[in-house]
Write a protein that binds this ligand. Structure first.
Ligand SMILES: [Zn+2]
Length: 305
């Protein structure tokens, strides 16, 4: 990327009365404050459309650069405080969400397992009934054997009894298998329920931590956000867009910084004396040539307090 020099962000909205080429020239400078070519103050003034003739045609255009700088700096202070609150809150909201999801998943799994155990218990009961039925049949056949008229009838009943005995063995085998699966399933359910209990305890702790932090900071945060919105009405949309973009790209969330010991308060690179002079003039909005942050001097900082 090409090294950039003094980059004023357009300082006021072009009037609706302005000729088209003017608006076109100003827009890219606003759209990309960081990459704009060197523009002298005179050029900026020439490019920016003259003030609208009708009163109140564009209220924001009437606001002086100094006021805009103060509003931008105030906005930055407020937004930085909101950042600080969110850092304190940190990962807690996400952790709570994750735990809630995990608990919901575990509960579904336990429910499904319980449904499966019900089916198994029903199967075991069915096999036990089969055994009882077979025993009853055997008893009946044995009684009938007492009254048979010939050997053929006797043998046929003996075969029936053998068959029912096999049925009993098979049913008992099946019932035993179902019982083993059922015991395993119940063990599994037990371990899931224990895990569920642990997770629910974790959730309760995290939630109360989060609730405490929210209770402590909610009012402060909503006041700050209201304050932030208040400041925004003094700043035109394109400048706000630039502010938001710079802030998003900056690791510390700083889009507006003070000159500190002749250096940019954001990236700590030295600012040439001529730039410092320009910044003090409050005639245009100047960004750091290294990091693209909007620069303000002590005058703006003190005017805010
Ligand atoms: Zn910088």
């Amino acid at each position: 990327m090409a090294k950039t020099t003094s980059k004023p962000i357009a300082t006021s909205k072009p009037s609706k009365l302005a000729k088209k080429p003017v608006a076109k020239e100003v827009a890219p400078a606003m759209a990309d404050a960081v990459k704009s070519e060197e523009v002298t103050e005179e050029k900026v003034m020439a490019k920016v459309a003259p003030k609208a003739k009708s009163e109140g045609a564009d209220d924001k255009a009437e606001i002086t650069i100094e006021k805009k700088l103060i509003a931008l700096y105030s906005l930055q202070q407020v937004d930085s405080q909101v950042d600080k609150i969110r850092i304190i809150r940190g990962e807690l909201p996400l952790e709570v969400q994750d735990l809630e999801d995990e608990i919901a998943g575990l509960e579904t799994r336990v429910d499904n397992h319980i449904q499966e155990t019900l089916v198994m218990e029903k199967s075991i009961a069915e096999k036990k009934t089969s055994v009882k039925d077979a025993l009853a049949l055997i008893k009946k056949y044995e009684d009938q054997q007492m009254n048979v008229r010939n050997n053929r009838e006797y043998d046929s009943l003996t075969k029936e009894i053998e068959y029912q005995n096999l049925e009993i063995q098979l049913s008992e085998k099946r019932a035993k298998e179902f019982q083993i699966s059922l015991d395993l399933k119940k063990e599994e359910i037990g371990s899931y329920q224990k895990l569920l209990l642990d997770r629910k305890n974790d959730l309760e702790i995290k939630r109360s931590e989060l609730d405490d932090i929210i209770a402590e900071t909610e009012k402060e945060e909503s006041d700050l956000i209201k304050n932030s919105e208040n400041n925004k009405q003094f700043i035109e949309d394109r400048l706000l867009t630039a502010y938001t973009r710079i802030r998003k790209n900056a690791r510390n969330g700083l889009a507006v910084v003070q000159i500190e010991r002749d250096a940019c308060g954001g990236c700590f690179n030295k600012i040439p004396p001529q730039h410092q002079l320009d910044i003090r003039m409050h005639k245009k909005i100047i960004v750091c040539e290294y990091c693209g942050r909007i620069l303000v001097d002590d005058g703006i900082v003190n005017a805010m307090h």
